[in-house]
Ligand binder design. Structure first.
Ligand SMILES: [Zn+2]
Length: 418
């Protein structure tokens, strides 16, 4: 603990002669300033979130309020100004797999290393353990279902290191600024940090799904399985989430238990029934608290996962005039193989988005979205005085994490909307 505190406290300190103590005292290494004076998440994204995770763990262990405040500042900087819709972080390859500036979130050159989102999950878990605030678990879930899962091909044999939100294979293969972007997942990487990191995370998902704090069992991620916090208690979870909002818990316990089910902030409503009867829950820090549960009680939770359009802050120039689509925690994307040339489509501003369950032998059992759209007629020349002609069409969207598993083609998360 003393060594950990030393590593945290010595960053950014000057020597007595006023010079930097370390040659690595730069924003890129998160050590230009002492960590408590830093205002923004800066530098190499993976190292940043690993440092912030350590800071949060140390803050809990030593009850250091100023260090916790520093963690909260970094969390707000990342999640309110420097994070992609997919929970990806580190917007620039040329700046060194790093954070750049507020709202600088280009879709095609994005770095979004798989490890960086895994690190964000570590940071979220550490903050969750201090604060019990569901907002941290919301981001944990977002990063898991989108940027992290996209790092792995469906058959588990190929991997992505960087996770852009828009890919044009021809450009990715030829333009130097897209050197880090792959249109297909490579089998392996020279710096192979991401594949084993993703494997480790998935093999340890149990510790992110449930937590116990002051005799309350917190359900943070909705994943089927058995949770045995002690020898007298077991809670089973049955669910097809995130493609169905129904989550069923069955309690096996010698004495009454309390469970707290995360109410995702992005979900419009969450209803609870206990043994078939509507239950009015207390809301605590973003959790639906269900008390006094006895042996064999069944808790049926229904989380709204209706698909919806998403818009970004107008300061994100890359997303001007565009929208994206989500259902529950799942971010969707468009691919040429479902739609034809993506350059020729605009999403329609109005109209119902329809979610369809499919069982696909490549991308698996998922919900795809059918979205009202317009097909644009190409004018031929580079520029034209003519307003483009458009006809009604429909776009198909698949979960972002499933992109790049079928025929090679363009992919985009954000699409022009008219
Ligand atoms: Zn990595």
């Amino acid at each position: 603990m003393a060594l950990a505190s030393y590593f945290i406290d010595t960053r950014g300190k000057k020597a007595e002669n006023g010079e930097n103590k370390l040659i690595f005292n730069t924003p890129y290494h998160q050590s230009e300033k002492p960590v408590r004076e830093e205002r923004d998440a800066v530098g190499h994204a993976v190292r940043a979130v690993y440092l912030y995770t350590g800071m949060a763990m140390a803050a809990k262990e030593t009850d250091d309020k100023s260090l916790l405040e520093a963690c909260e500042k970094m969390w707000d900087s990342i999640t309110s100004k420097r994070m992609y819709l997919t929970g990806g972080i580190g917007s620039s390859a040329s700046a060194g797999e790093a954070f750049t500036m507020d709202y600088d979130l280009p879709n095609d050159t994005a770095y979004n290393e798989t490890c960086a989102s895994i690190g964000l999950i570590f940071f979220a878990e550490a903050m969750l353990k201090i604060t019990n605030d569901a907002k941290y678990a919301d981001i944990m879930e977002l990063a898991l279902y989108n940027n992290v899962l996209a790092g792995i091909q469906r058959d588990g044999k190929r991997f992505l290191y960087t996770n852009p939100l828009e890919v044009d294979p021809e450009y990715a293969k030829k333009l130097p600024e897209l050197e880090h972007v792959y249109a297909r997942r490579p089998k392996w990487h020279g710096c192979a940090c991401c594949p084993p990191n993703a494997a480790r995370l998935i093999a340890s998902l149990n510790r992110y799904a449930w937590r116990e704090e002051d005799d309350v069992f917190y359900s943070d991620l909705f994943i089927g399985g058995e949770y045995k916090p002690n020898e007298y208690t077991m809670i089973t979870t049955e669910t097809d989430y995130p493609y169905n909002g129904a989550v069923k818990y069955t309690v096996y316990a010698d004495k009454p238990v309390t469970i707290a089910v995360r109410k995702p902030a992005r979900s419009r409503c969450v209803t609870v029934k206990v043994n078939g009867k509507p239950y009015v829950y207390k809301l605590y820090n973003g959790y639906a608290v269900i008390e006094n549960l006895n042996n064999k009680d069944i808790v049926a939770v229904d989380i709204d996962i209706t698909p919806h359009r998403v818009y970004s802050n107008t300061r994100v120039h890359a997303n001007e005039g565009k929208c994206a689509f989500m259902a529950g925690p799942v971010v969707y994307c468009f691919e040429d193989c479902d739609n034809g040339d993506l350059n020729n489509f605009w999403a329609a501003q109005e109209g119902e988005i329809v979610s369809v369950s499919v069982s696909d032998n490549i991308i698996g059992d998922v919900n795809i979205l059918k979205i009202p759209a317009y097909k644009i007629e190409q004018t031929g020349g580079l520029y034209s005085f003519e307003t483009p002609k458009k006809e009604k069409a429909e776009l198909t969207a698949v979960p972002y994490y499933a992109w790049g598993n079928r025929e090679e083609g363009k992919m985009k998360v954000w699409i022009a909307e008219k």
